[in-house]
Design a protein around this ligand. Structure first.
Ligand code: SF4
Ligand code: MG
Length: 321
């Protein structure tokens, strides 16, 4: 609730300490068993949000609760224990696997670290998890370099799932893969979710890719959530100009969808999060910008069915003519 993550620049004699709010006052509830996608351009704070929820980056203000328990200030052993219930999967499976560890060791390690007492059960657990991740259990003695990118991502996913976590943050897990592999890995995420009752926060820069996969989608811009709703509602009736621009920018826009042409272009660069524009942070790039947008920050409007968006157009439509 009201989660803010700040990065502090160095203070010097000539320069006051600079504070970059990578995530600014975000309110987000993730229901058990759902897949919530967080979408936005690079640098919008979505990875930082994911890390903050897992308590792997410091939190400046606000609170993170997990299953009703406040985990914002946990440390030491209590934090380690809580962390066994959540996992993170990264974009680059090459970097997230230790090249010196066999696949067996890679999957057995989290079980050992989190105190598996019955050592005899480790081997069958590892082999079962490899099958569940679509890998031949006979691969167990091989090393990461012997696998393709897609297979390595399967190993990383198996490693994340082996502790039977409740919640997995998937940080752009498809970005390093080609399109046909992306679809296979999405299928794997869906299958594992059903098999192990997982909840996902799925971070992506590709809105089109998550429509058929996520239950709900949160769209982020410069550290703020600008729109959130079910995937179906955002697909049918995106309310925020930024969401509409992301949809229009997708490689294969659906010609049957009714997106106002004014929203079709996303111009200009993303402003620096160190110095976000006043008023609506999107106003420097918004095709529908009004005067009020430059000075007053829009608040979230409730659009029904849990869909919310922060845009002045929703509270004060532009004057006709
Ligand atoms: Fe565009 Fe104004 Fe809405 Fe921001 S508040 S998205 S600038 S119309
Ligand atoms: Mg990122």
């Amino acid at each position: 609730m009201g989660l803010t993550v700040e990065f502090r620049g160095r203070r010097s004699l000539f320069k006051p300490e600079s504070v970059v709010q990578a995530v600014s006052n975000v309110d987000l509830t993730i229901e058990q068993g759902e897949t919530l996608a967080v979408v936005g351009e690079s640098g919008c704070g979505k990875s930082t949000l994911g890390r903050a929820l897992l308590r792997s980056t410091p939190i400046a203000h606000g609170r993170v609760e997990f299953k009703g328990r406040d985990i914002t200030r946990l440390s030491g052993r209590a934090l380690r224990d809580a962390r066994s219930q959540f996992q993170m999967i990264f974009q680059d499976p090459y970097a997230s696997l230790n090249p010196k560890m066999s696949i067996y060791e890679t999957l057995a390690e989290p079980l050992l670290v989190h105190g598996a007492t019955d050592r005899a059960s480790i081997r069958p657990q590892v082999l079962d998890m490899l099958s569940a991740a679509g890998l031949d259990p006979s691969f167990a003695e091989r090393y990461p370099h012997e696998f393709s990118g897609g297979q390595r991502q399967r190993v990383a996913i198996a490693r994340a799932a082996i502790l039977r976590p409740d919640f997995i943050v998937c940080d752009e897990p498809l970005s390093a893969l080609d399109v046909s592999l992306q679809l296979q890995i999405l299928k794997l995420f869906t299958a594992l979710k059903q098999q192990f009752s997982l909840t996902y926060l799925f971070i992506s820069h590709d809105l089109a890719r998550v429509f058929g996969f996520a239950d709900r989608i949160a769209v982020m811009y410069l550290g703020k959530i600008v729109e959130i709703g079910t995937a179906a509602d955002l697909y049918r009736a995106p309310a925020h100009p930024y969401t509409r621009a992301l949809i229009a920018a997708a490689p294969s826009p659906n010609p049957h969808r009714d997106i106002p042409p004014a929203a079709a272009t996303l111009r200009g660069d993303i402003p620096s999060p160190a110095n976000p524009p006043k008023g609506c942070r999107f106003h420097t790039r918004c095709p529908q910008v009004m005067d009020v947008c430059k000075t007053r920050e829009p608040t979230m409007s409730d659009l029904g069915n849990g869909q919310r968006a922060a845009c002045h157009l929703l509270t004060q439509p532009p004057m006709a003519g």
